[in-house]
Design a protein around this ligand. Structure first.
Ligand code: 13P
Length: 253
């Protein structure tokens, strides 16, 4: 079945010494963990050092963003081949902070997803509604739009290499987590949408992470839900003890 995937999105935090300390600490603390895929997504500036720190371990490296062009006059941007060169396996695409602060839209996100796949990177495509959209009863509509827009033109065999992260914007960094029931309902909706877009078998195989104030205190109940296959963790991924505990979730408790 689906292998759980827990990713730490460090966002714009940690210069290299702190990044190395955390990565080395996690390698040590998670040595015996199997059955869960763990991905560290440090800022671009620390990718190489973290890659070296986790070499030979089961931890994987991911980037937080990329540009879709392979090279050229795009001042300030980082391309897929550059991420591959640094040892990245995953790349987060379409995070709500990219959508909000950097005005990324579905069309650009779709180009990025396609480019990532073309370089052999595995995209983590983020979808999720804002508070006013949820309050207006439009949460599913927004998630549907993010999914169909972000995945436009993605073939069946490519889809099996994509992870979806459901991150309700109102739960990010606010301490407000979606209830496990609300998160499960949206994950089920995402799986239904993927069934419509592709087929049932593919939809059953796609891993869907939950993100938004995931902490050691709520990971177990979230992971106990049948359609929650992992977490995309922000704040709590910056702390060794918290992230190590999240990776060691107990889905049955
Ligand atoms: P927090 O865990 O800090 O709420 O962030 C979630 C997130 O945006 C992960 O990508």
């Amino acid at each position: 079945m689906r292998k759980p995937i827990i990713a730490g999105n460090w966002k714009m935090n940690k210069i290299r010494p702190a990044a190395v300390e955390l990565a080395q600490g996690l390698v040590d603390r998670l040595k015996d963990v199997s059955g869960v895929e763990v991905v560290l997504c440090p800022p671009f500036t620390a990718l190489r050092e973290v890659a070296k720190s986790i070499e030979g371990s089961s931890l994987a490296l991911g980037a937080q963003n990329m540009y879709h062009q392979p090279s050229g006059a795009y001042t300030g941007e980082v391309s897929g081949p550059m991420l591959v060169d640094l040892g990245c396996k995953y790349v987060i695409i379409g995070h709500s902070e990219r959508r909000e602060y950097f005005k990324e839209d579905n069309a650009l996100i779709n180009l990025k997803v396609k480019a990532a796949l073309s370089y052999g990177l595995l995209p983590i495509l983020c979808v999720g509604e804002k508070l006013f959209e949820r309050e207006a009863g439009k949460a599913e509509e927004v998630v549907y739009d993010h999914l169909t827009g972000g995945l436009e033109g993605i073939a069946h065999e490519e889809m099996s290499r994509i992870v979806i992260a459901y991150e309700p914007v109102w739960a990010i960094g606010t301490g407000k987590t979606a209830t496990p029931e609300d998160a499960e309902a949206m994950h089920l909706f995402i799986r239904k949408t993927l069934t419509q877009m592709y087929d049932r078998e593919l939809a059953r195989g796609v891993r869907i992470q939950y993100g938004g104030s995931v902490k050691p205190g709520n990971i177990d109940v979230l992971m106990a839900e049948p359609d929650i296959d992992g977490a995309l963790v922000g704040g709590a991924s910056l702390d060794l003890n918290s992230f190590a505990r999240i990776v060691r979730f107990e889905a049955n408790s």
